[in-house]
Design a protein around this ligand. Sequence first.
Ligand SMILES: [Zn+2]
Length: 256
Amino acid sequence: MLGWSINLFRIRGIQLTLHGSFLLLLAYIAWEGWREAGLEGAAWSVAILGTFFTCVVLHELGHSFTAMHFGIGVRRILLMPIGGMAEFESIPREPRKELLITIAGPAVNFAIAGVLWCVVGSPSHWSLSSYEADALGFAHLLLHWNLLMGCFNLVPVFPMDGGRIFRALLATRLTYLRATFWAATVGKILAVIGALLAVFWWETYLTAVLFLFIYYAGEKEYRALLRRELIEAHWRETLAQFDAIPPPEPPVIRPD
Ligand SMILES: [Zn+2]
């Protein structure tokens, strides 16, 4: 499924890619807008979706540019209906660097919300579904959305930003593998609680699917790290065995 994607353009060498399923979301949103208010409704809905996802890209660029500042290559930013994902060539094992790269994403959302707040002020009521369909309503919707996105990403569910921050803080005291194990374990418990709340309390099945996806992603990243650590340990042992072998005696040459 991940193979079905469309490359859009590059930003400072980073490929921006749209996952195929994103087009289904776009078509669904446009159709919903059309049903409500015809062509104008469809255009308005697509504009809102486009702006939301522009903020998602800016969030991922926050992570990416900070990573590039530390010399880490960024392969691409993949946009999916559930959000964006920046793919790094490596993840730094230095907690300070991981902390700064991670914080940079939500910081972009809070910066956008802060600028909008200064320009248009805070909305009189906070409800995503009831902002006016005009420029001021749109600005308030965008402000609200960026605050939500910044806060949601800070929930400590690994491998979301909050979970990565938690892992980086744990890694200042534990080994990188143990820190990842605990961050992933806490993340999985919270993801299950989040999925149950989404189904039985908020009744939003898409959020439940999102939490299950996060659960799976956390487990996958921990297992990948575990595998890499085991391979590295194996090589260290093998090389140590070679070091333990005494060098061959030099040949003794006797004159006849
Ligand atoms: Zn992020």
